[in-house]
Design a protein. Structure first.
Length: 327
């Protein structure tokens, strides 16, 4: 058992490195962070609904960034190995196909979790900054300075690591950004707008963290679907099918669920409702923007649904990969 887990962890570590080194991963992450950081400027003329709009835009950005990262990166780590025949160098180690699929998924999941974590930190800091909707509004300038410092430190250190040690700039910048933004968030958690001390994270909206966690579950669910599809299809087709499945998931209640409630259920609708992931379960931004509290029971139920669906997709991925001839 220890040997098997060791092989899975080794594959997962390689998958993490492979994922964060993909330019598309870092480009999407950087674009998402930039959009979140600039969202207060977009919310300036929102008629006193500024912070609500920042939260809504920020959570939507985290979702879209995670979905695109999950679709492209999850499909790439498997399909590229199969198309380039490099998987033939791994499986005879011996490494089973189940260990290969599980290791790849865990690696991608770790990278996606880190990306969502970083974007969530940026969103929480941006919410604390406030929106300059009027001249009398006082912004949280220590947070602005902290964000600039964290970003500058990550870029500079990554450049030095690339120049002196020939390390990948993309992966290095991502890793140092995780450290710098975490450090800044912890330090600024004790500082208020007037540079005085406060209770740690007294002005942080916990419901945004809960909503971001559910978004991560949605992203990991789509990544599991992408892994399953990539065991049979190429990168482009896997991504296209993922987009279709995600779109159906957003409309799952309308397409399949209404038939159940209205007693017009058919066998096809029942199967579709069970197979298509219900993405509405993971989207609670409307409740967060309205100032409502997400119940712990709902968080637990959504977690169980997401985990079970991911396990089902990984099981399907293993079955599909086991029956595929690689050589």
């Amino acid at each position: 058992m220890t040997v098997k887990m060791g092989k899975i962890i080794t594959i997962a570590k390689n998958a993490v490195v492979e994922t964060v080194r993909q330019p598309v991963f870092v480009i999407i992450l950087a674009g998402g962070a930039l959009l979140i950081g600039l969202s207060p400027s977009f919310a300036t003329f929102s008629l006193m609904n500024d912070i609500k709009l920042v939260k809504d835009m920020g959570l939507a950005t985290i979702l879209l960034a995670g979905l695109f990262q999950g679709m492209f990166c999850a499909a790439h780590v498997v399909s590229s190995e199969v198309e380039n025949k490099t998987v033939l160098l791994i499986l005879p180690k011996p490494v089973s196909k189940a260990q290969f699929v599980l290791g790849k998924y865990l690696g991608v999941a770790a990278a996606l979790a880190a990306s969502t974590y970083l974007l969530t930190l940026v969103l929480l800091l941006t919410i604390r900054v406030g929106v300059p909707e009027a001249a009398w509004v006082k912004l949280h300038r220590p947070v602005i300075s902290g964000e600039i410092f964290a970003l500058s430190a990550a870029v500079v250190i990554a450049l030095l690591a690339n120049y002196f040690h020939d390390r990948s700039f993309c992966s290095s910048c991502f890793g140092y950004a995780l450290l710098s933004f975490t450090f800044v968030f912890i330090v600024l958690g004790f500082i208020n707008k007037d540079l005085g001390f406060q209770k740690f994270c007294a002005d942080v909206d916990v419901q945004v963290i809960n909503a971001s966690y559910l978004i991560l579950l949605a992203v990991l669910t789509v990544a599991a679907v992408a892994i399953a599809l990539s065991t049979r299809f190429g990168l482009v087709l896997s991504v296209v099918l993922c987009v279709c499945i995600f779109t159906l998931g957003l409309l799952s209640d309308h397409i399949f669920g209404n038939r159940i409630e209205n007693c017009f259920l058919t066998g096809l609708a029942r199967i579709g409702y069970a197979l298509v992931p219900n993405m509405q379960v993971f989207w609670v931004a409307d409740a967060v923007v309205a100032g409502e509290t997400i119940p712990g029971r709902y968080m637990f139920g959504a977690t169980g649904y997401g985990v079970l669906y991911q396990m089902a997709m990984l099981t399907a991925a293993v079955v599909l990969f086991e029956t595929r001839e690689i050589a």
